[in-house]
Design a protein around this ligand. Structure first.
Ligand code: ATP
Length: 232
């Protein structure tokens, strides 16, 4: 199984505020080639769950496994290496580097150290970056900086960057929240195609458009994953 969460729990307590159970006893599985959308109201626990699944936030209890490896039993270095090789992230706010061009942003993950055996030659990376840039219709924008792009072009750039190393798992937090219908369709179609090619995609969103593209849609509310499935 590509991704497996078992009884994951995360609570926050902040000073004078009462404790909040952001994620309560969540179990789920995602297979390679599957597109899962998790919807839910604001404050329902979507982002918290995604951070835990992506190795960025330790659950208080429960386990998260990626390809059979328990994320939070690894050292932080091992977890970072696993993130770099197994997971791509896309966020609503894109997190592009403002002084780099589209092409340089897409290539940026290639600058980070990678585990031995997972390093790609620069020429190979450039070829992959150009393929992604072309397939997302960004070729005429490749030398522009994010500030000169439309919102949809920024999100397509962020998606291309996340897919540079073809990670088995793509995690996305509200990737279409800022997009019009046409750009949302482009991004969601690209994710669906990525699954058809064998990748696994999990996105959290309150955008109802996502469930038209996903294989399964689950709902999280008050930190609890509802059991009903809505098939696309
Ligand atoms: N760092 C934190 N400290 C305290 N409480 C937090 C923290 N992060 C999240 N929470 C609380 O946990 C709950 C779940 O938040 P989360 O951001 O996961 O929800 P969400 O479904 O992603 O919401 P949105 O759709 O508005 O982004 C909320 O009640 C939130 O206030």
């Amino acid at each position: 199984m590509l991704l497996q969460a078992k009884q994951a729990v995360k609570r926050f307590s902040t000073g004078s505020r009462n404790e909040v159970t952001a994620v309560n006893d969540v179990s789920l599985e995602l297979a390679a080639g599957e597109f899962l959308a998790i919807q839910g109201p604001s404050g329902g626990g979507k982002s918290t769950l995604l951070l835990m699944l992506g190795g960025l936030l330790r659950p208080e209890s429960g386990t998260i496994k990626i390809n059979g490896r328990q994320l939070y039993e690894l050292s932080s270095e091992e977890r970072a290496a696993l993130r770099a090789t197994e997971i791509g992230f896309v966020f609503q706010q894109f997190h592009l580097i403002p002084y780099l061009t589209v092409r340089e942003n897409v290539l940026a993950p290639g600058l980070a150290p990678r585990p031995a055996g997972k390093v790609l030659a620069h020429a190979e990376l450039e070829q992959r970056a150009d393929e992604l840039i072309n397939s997302f219709g960004l070729e005429s924008r490749a030398n522009h900086k994010p500030g000169e792009l439309s919102t949809g072009e920024r999100q397509r750039t962020a998606l291309a960057r996340a897919l540079l190393f073809s990670p088995p798992l793509l995690l996305a937090d509200e990737p279409t929240g800022n997009l019009d219908d046409e750009n949302a369709r482009i991004v969601l179609t690209a994710m669906k195609d990525y699954c058809a090619a064998g990748g696994g995609v999990l996105l959290v969103t309150h955008d109802a458009r996502a469930s038209e593209f996903a294989d399964r849609t689950l709902t999280i509310r008050d930190g609890e994953l509802q059991t009903e499935n809505v098939s696309a």
